[in-house]
Design a protein around this ligand. Structure first.
Ligand code: CMX
Length: 436
């Protein structure tokens, strides 16, 4: 195990945080938090708060807050690469884990720490190579993550009989190692699938995002900046979304962070969740093809959207289970596009879709949030710089999602959260009780 100053700093936070939680529960634990309806139970527990997730909180109107900071605030307050404008995801992870804003030194320490941990064992590449090249990148990613599990410190420590109060320590090790290794695994999948296996070695002098972009094969300072923004804004979205919740749930059984993260990635690969980023581009390209190329008019887009709905499909990139406004993550990406590629034809099309879709979804009378989410924009930015293989986009989302969910998982164990086990019931039981 690597002993590091970051871990010692984190260790110093555990006791006071634990005391805060224990005192609060001791004093207020019997207070009621609210009531919910039968309909909410049938609607995927929508609006029922049933989890403590310390690192971020989603407000329906304002969007995500990371440890209290909104996206514009973290863009302003987190350290940046010299000369850059976008926050460094190393800094976001520090904020989520330590519950304090990092300075430049802390971010440099985080970057260096991950470089020291980044070595991926060769068998992981062999496992990925054993899959057919046409296997979806998320299939390859999940296989790679599961293969990384041979390195689990938590698994080893548990077998040796570690005490409950120390669980967080090997979970921290696994989480940090996983975060450090994911870009290499992801880049390996990209290069084997789309670049004839022409792999690129990491460059330890680069920051986390730039090194990832470099291994993918995109050595453009503007793309580095995009990757810093991308990895920061996709990192965390409170605890109830499918990927974060799956990671937390599986982790609560004391499955190690690799298993928990693989479970979360299986959820992220669903088209109603993270896979929506690839679906958006697929849908937009299909639209362009059907409408003869070029920039379709608003009327043509409206017809296409209505046709999508008539066919019983969702309009990808729009709607959200919690948000009720345009996603600030969408706006942050739009601002990036306005600064770097305002005349890009794909950006003009994405902007026009934004003008057309909400009114149509609203008119259905059932869509609760007609506004775009994060996935409506990300593909356009990637395509602009040449990362056009959209089946790969959810892997990028996954690398980012590790930052928030791993910070949270470390806290789950540091706070001694129990195994998650909500109750369930049946329709017949409910009918006997309520349908009188
Ligand atoms: N297109 C068409 N119909 C939509 C829709 C959309 N974009 N968004 C919601 N609806 C429909 C739902 O399918 C549901 O229809 P039924 O009553 O016929 O089942 C109805 O409107 C009510 O749904 P809701 O309460 O507004 O939304 P949910 O909380 O159930 O679902 C979400 C949220 C994101 C799954 C949904 O909006 C959706 O499918 N969006 C498109 C896929 C997408 O972009 N997902 C990415 C979300 C962000 C992320 O996790 O990465």
């Amino acid at each position: 195990m690597i002993t590091d100053k970051l871990k010692e700093h984190f260790r110093s936070k555990i006791e006071p945080y634990n005391k805060k939680v224990k005192d609060f529960v001791a004093q207020y634990g019997d207070q009621k938090m609210g009531e919910y309806t039968i309909a909410q139970v049938y609607q995927g527990m929508r609006g029922i708060t049933g989890l403590i997730y310390e690192t971020s909180k989603l407000d329906p109107e304002e969007g995500i807050r990371f440890r209290g900071y909104s996206i514009p605030e973290i863009q302003e307050k987190l350290p940046k690469y010299p000369g850059g404008k976008q926050p460094l995801p190393e800094g976001l992870f520090y904020l989520l884990l330590m519950d304090e804003l990092p300075d430049d030194d802390a971010v440099r320490r985080m970057s260096n720490n991950w470089v020291r941990r980044a070595q991926v064992p060769p068998h992981v590449f062999k496992v990925i190579d054993s899959l057919p090249q046409h296997a979806h990148p998320m299939t390859q990613f999940i296989a790679g993550i599961t293969a990384l599990r041979t390195e689990s410190e938590f698994q080893k420590a548990y077998r040796q009989g570690i005490s409950k109060k120390d669980y967080w320590d090997p979970v921290y090790e696994d989480a940090m190692n996983l975060i450090a290794r994911l870009p290499r695994v992801a880049a390996y999948i990209y290069r084997r699938t789309y670049r004839n296996g022409d792999h690129i070695e990491p460059d330890p002098r680069l920051d986390y995002s730039a090194n990832f972009a470099h291994m993918l094969g995109f050595d453009n300072p503007e793309f580095y900046e995009l990757m810093r923004l991308y990895l920061t804004i996709h990192a965390d979205h409170e605890g109830g979304n499918v990927s974060a919740h799956a990671i937390r749930l599986v982790g609560s059984a004391l499955s190690d962070p690799y298993l928990a993260f693989a479970a979360g990635m299986a959820g992220l690969a669903g088209p109603l969740h993270g896979l929506a980023n690839q679906e958006v581009i697929r849908w937009v390209l299909d639209m362009k093809k059907e409408l003869g190329g070029g920039l379709p008019s608003k009327e043509e887009i409206a017809e296409y959207v209505k046709k999508t709905l008539t066919e019983g499909k969702v309009v990808p990139g729009f709607g959200h289970a919690v948000l009720r406004k345009t996603d600030p993550r969408y706006m942050a990406q739009r601002e990036f596009a306005l600064e770097h590629m305002p005349h890009d034809p794909m950006f003009l099309l994405i902007s026009r879709i934004y003008e057309v879709v909400p009114e149509i979804l609203e008119a259905t009378g059932k869509v609760k949030n007609p506004w775009p989410n994060v996935d409506a924009h990300s593909g356009q930015l990637l395509m602009y710089y040449g990362l056009v293989e959209y089946d790969f986009y959810t892997v990028l989302f996954g690398v980012s999602r590790a930052l928030g969910t791993m910070a949270s998982l470390i806290w789950d164990r540091a706070l001694g959260f129990p195994i998650e086990r909500p109750g369930s019931t049946t329709t017949d039981i409910l009918m006997q009780k309520y349908a009188k």
